[in-house]
Design a protein around this ligand. Sequence first.
Ligand SMILES: NC(=O)C1=CN([C@@H]2O[C@H](COP(=O)(O)OP(=O)(O)OC[C@H]3O[C@@H](n4cnc5c(N)ncnc54)[C@H](OP(=O)(O)O)[C@@H]3O)[C@@H](O)[C@H]2O)C=CC1
Ligand SMILES: CC(=O)C(=O)O
Ligand SMILES: [Mg+2]
Length: 764
Amino acid sequence: MVKITKEAALEYHFKDRPGKIEVKPTKPYRTQTDLSLAYSPGVAFPCLEIQNNPDDVYKYTDKGNLVAVISNGTAVLGLGDIGAMSGKPVMEGKGLLFKIYGGVDVFDIEVNEKDPVKFCEAVEKIAPTFGGINLEDIKAPECFYIENRLKQTLDIPVMHDDQHGTAIISAAGLLNALEVAGKKIREAKIVVNGAGAAAISCTKLYCSLGAKHENIVMLDSRGVIYKGRENVNEQKAEFATSRTDIHTLEEAVKGADVFVGLSKGNVLSQDMVRSMADHPIVFALANPVPEISYEDAMAARPDVLMSTGRSDYPNQINNVIGFPYIFRGALDVHARAINEEMKLAAVKAIAQLAKMPIPEIVNEVYHVSDLQFGPKYFIPKPVDPRLITEVSAAVAKAAIESGVARTPITDWEAYKERLRQMLGQETKFTRTLHATAAMHPQRVVFAEGGHPTMMKAAVKALQEGICSPILLGNPDRLTRLANRLKLDLSGVEIIDMRADKEQGRRATYAKHLSEKRARQGYTFEEAYDKMYERNYFGMSMVEQGDADAFITGLYTKYSNTIKVAKEVVGINPAYNTFATMHILNTKKGIYYIADTLINRHPNDSVLYDVARLAAHSVSFFNDEPVMAMISYSNFGTDEVGSPVTVHQAVERLQKDYPDMAVDGEMQVSFALNKELRDDKYPFTRLKGKDVNTLVFPNMSSANSCYMLLKGLDPDVEVIGPIQMGLNKPIHFTDFEASVQDVVNITAVAAIDAYVEKLKNNKGE
Ligand SMILES: NC(=O)C1=CN([C@@H]2O[C@H](COP(=O)(O)OP(=O)(O)OC[C@H]3O[C@@H](n4cnc5c(N)ncnc54)[C@H](OP(=O)(O)O)[C@@H]3O)[C@@H](O)[C@H]2O)C=CC1
Ligand SMILES: CC(=O)C(=O)O
Ligand SMILES: [Mg+2]
């Protein structure tokens, strides 16, 4: 686990530019017209619309996506009353989390006011700006008055996160931890250390989920809160115990099933944990220093079910698992409030999610492969991409059903898709790709069945209905790997191409290959030998119709795979070469780049074929190809070297395909800017058209181009390589491909195979 040092934390905050957030325009602003629309005079029109119909503020401004994180700095984490301005890094941090996890914009607002009435007045005055108010790090008991009053006076969701965010997450964690421990909430003996904002609200929620008042002991800085104790406010009094035999934490935790700490660091000792019941549940949630460290608790009791509020230990219970999604759901229905129904819906959704199989991204982030519901994992990780769809949708639904939504949602699938797209988890492009493949799932052979990425991708593709996977490899080895990765291989076929029982199949494939390549010196014996090799065997399966498509490349070099592909399935007779294309899904749109991997130094004939293949493949993806043949010169400005080769290819293409939208040679800047191109070169065949396909003059420029874009902008989604021009759906991945990359290529391969079948049925 990475230890966080003071130096690293300070550097993180001051490096590059101070702080963690910025404000960014969302509309064009480059021209005078843009500015006149954004500001005076254009801006007056939406102002007047809002004056006429106040709900239009959601239509014309960011109000519906803007939350104020407001604090007076009186209970900043567990640091106490450090003042409004000192709490600003925490509030900015919340802004960052709101944005990355929920897509919610935040203004952090630090109000220098401890008087609850004056504080409320300040918030009420600025409330029109916001779609929601997240109160943060305001101490008890003032926080109770403040939240209650603002809920009454404001018609937007108001939530004190330390109270309810914490309550929701810890309640979900508690329900699951009790399940792991085999205990029931109504029988659980619960000690709550702390009696402030978070503690009171958490305990109330545990009670509404079944915990019994008589089983609860609460402590504040002065010890156990018992009936009749002096100086106990009304919130604490609700949980005062009738027991008279206990006064200290040490006495209270003896035999307890659950300890929930929302107080101060280092107040729970190892001996106290040792004195608890079997499988004790310890939620040491004080930040940044928990009531007991993870290491100390584990050392004291190996059977402990342990949580802290920190991200660097297992089972983080932190309100970050809730607030981005609770507000997301509330904002999306323009809710008037966040009510009990919405909170309970969030508890259920979070608890449920921890019991579902873990998405690959979570394993990747935490460098683990074996997370599953149990002592080390009973609460979803904050990076779990399903939180946004599951929790936000549950909250929005509860808002509608409980009557606080202004704008209902009816199409829940479309809503979830929008959320996924908003966070860039899934683009429309890949979603369409997967959905198209899932309409006609094909049999796909995965050559490197023993590679963890390949195996995970095969299982994921099966789960998404994209294909029936066939893994090549030794069944015992693959089963051991699957067990280690906690993958369920039911529905996945395993073929051991080296096993005795595959002798017949090896012979059939070898006979076919040796006959096909007889004139290239192939003998049956040599071909038979090759069939022990996964690429020969797998491609032969496709060639012979025993499978529909083939994926390889995680272990094998392209040059080798290409050689085998040419021998076994051959090049489509309509072309003299084959090539690959990468698809770049960028903020500006989808771009297709060719040839990224196969032809190192193409002459004009090869470029001619690459362009034809690209045109065909772009149509395959349902896009109309508009192709720029790229070079460093424009339309003959350079008369030697590669521009001439490109020029010649363009001439042939334009002659042979009078309707093809192709032109060049041209520089990338003219390809991507039609105004510039049309202005300077009005004669081009691409006049008025947006280029979506770039055919590069050689492999190094195409390859560097897609890698450069991918490297510079992590938001650019890259799909590929897409193989073009082989006789059969044989597809390759990169060495460094992720599970998602392989699943994307599998979808392409499956669609490719289906299209091929349709063509064959039509006799084309
Ligand atoms: N993991 C998470 O998601 C979250 C964690 N927290 C953490 O919970 C803690 C409390 O936050 P919050 O409720 O907002 O703050 P408050 O100031 O409202 O409450 C603090 C409470 O802790 C009590 N306390 C202080 N020292 C002790 C002690 N030695 N033994 C028992 N109780 C003690 C105080 O007692 P008294 O009433 O006598 O002053 C008070 O009741 C903080 O450490 C915070 O970081 C908070 C929210 C979310
Ligand atoms: C997590 C949080 O809100 C706190 O510790 O105050
Ligand atoms: Mg807080």
